[in-house]
Ligand binder design. Structure first.
Ligand SMILES: NC(=O)c1ccc[n+]([C@@H]2O[C@H](COP(=O)([O-])OP(=O)(O)OC[C@H]3O[C@@H](n4cnc5c(N)ncnc54)[C@H](O)[C@@H]3O)[C@@H](O)[C@H]2O)c1
Length: 254
C-alpha cells in the first residue's frame, strides 16, 4: 500500500464519490485518505472534512466530483499546498474555468467534463465526421441524464460542441431550445438538447443530418464506474506531474 496514490475525494458522499470509494477499496494502487463534502457522513473508513481549511491529512492528489460552488475552495487548496487536482465537476462558470487555467500555472490540474475513454473517442470520431461532411450536414446533440442532475446541458454535450466548433470552417452558434424563436434553422447552428429522467447514467448522441441520410454517433454509459475508473487513472496520471492543464487526450496519448 506504500506506493499507493493518496487521494482526497471532494464530493465523496455523492453518487460519483461513492462509486470511486468502492472501486478504490478494491485497488491497491490508490488509497482514499480523506473526503471533502458538505455531508460529513463517514461511511468508507476515511475522515470527511466539511471544508478545505479543515483538511488535516496528507495526499498526493485531489479528485473533485462535487458542485461548482466547491471549485474555488478546491483550487485554493490545490494551489496553496501544491497538490495536483482532477476536476470532474461540471456546470462550471466561465470565470471558474478561467480560475482553473490560472491555477494550472502553479500546480497540475486535470480537467475533463467526461472521464470515460469511450466519450473521448466519440469526440475524436465526431470531429472527423464534421470535417468530412462539412456544412451540408446539420449537427444536433442530444444528451440524456438522470432526474437528479443539476446542470443542463451536460458538460459533455458542451465539450462535444466545442470540439465540433474547433473543426468547422463556418461560424458556429449553439442553440439550446427552439421554442422561443420561430425561424428556420441556419447552417451555423449546433442544436444541443437535454433530456432528464429516471436513472439514466449518461447518454450522448451526435446527429449529422443531411439530405435523405442521417449519421448518428452515440455513447451510452451503463454504469458510473466508467467515469470512476477514468478518474482514478487521471489521479495516478497527474499525481507527480508539473504545473499545467491536462486533459484526457494527454492521458490517452502518454
Ligand atoms: N467528468 C465526469 O466524467 C463526470 C461524470 C459524472 C458526474 N460528473 C459531475 O460530477 C459532479 C457530481 O456528480 P454526482 O452525480 O456525484 O452528484 P451528487 O449530487 O450525487 O453528489 C455531489 C456531492 O457533492 C457534495 N457537495 C455539494 N456541494 C458541495 C460543496 N459546496 N462543497 C463540498 N461538497 C459539496 C454533495 O453533498 C454530494 O455528496 C456533478 O457536477 C456531475 O455533473 C462528472
Amino acid at each position: 500500500m506504500n506506493n499507493a496514490t493518496k487521494i482526497l475525494l471532494s464530493g465523496c458522499n455523492g453518487k460519483m464519490g461513492r462509486a470511486i470509494s468502492r472501486l478504490a477499496s478494491m485497488d491497491d494502487s490508490v488509497e482514499i485518505v480523506g473526503g471533502l463534502d458538505i455531508n460529513t457522513a463517514e461511511e468508507f473508513g476515511y475522515p470527511v472534512f466539511s471544508e478545505p481549511g479543515k483538511v488535516n491529512v496528507d495526499c498526493d492528489v485531489i479528485v473533485d466530483f462535487s458542485n461548482h460552488a466547491a471549485l474555488e475552495g478546491v483550487l485554493e487548496l490545490a494551489r496553496s499546498k501544491k497538490i495536483p487536482a482532477v476536476i470532474a465537476t461540471t456546470g462550471l462558470l466561465a470565470t471558474q474555468i478561467e480560475l482553473m487555467h490560472e491555477s494550472a500555472k502553479y500546480v497540475a490540474i486535470f480537467h475533463s467534463a467526461n472521464m470515460s475513454i469511450g466519450v473521448n473517442l466519440l469526440i475524436d470520431l465526431v470531429q472527423r465526421a464534421a470535417r468530412a461532411l462539412g456544412e451540408d450536414f446539420d449537427i444536433e446533440i442530444v444528451e440524456k441524464h438522470h432526474n437528479q442532475k443539476l446542470d443542463a446541458p451536460s458538460g459533455t454535450a458542451l465539450a462535444i460542441a466545442d470540439a465540433l466548433k474547433e473543426v468547422r470552417d463556418c461560424e458556429t452558434q449553439y442553440v439550446y431550445e427552439r421554442q422561443s424563436v420561430r425561424r428556420k434553422r441556419t447552417t451555423s447552428e449546433i442544436g444541443i438538447h437535454s433530456i432528464r429522467g429516471g436513472n439514466i447514467i449518461g447518454d450522448h448522441d451526435v446527429l449529422f443530418c443531411g439530405q435523405n441520410e442521417v449519421i448518428t454517433v452515440s455513447h451510452s454509459a451503463a454504469s458510473r464506474d466508467v467515469f470512476a475508473t477514468g478518474a482514478l487513472r487521471a489521479a495516478k496520471f497527474i499525481a507527480k506531474k508539473p504545473a499545467g492543464l491536462y486533459s484526457m487526450n494527454d492521458l490517452i496519448n502518454e
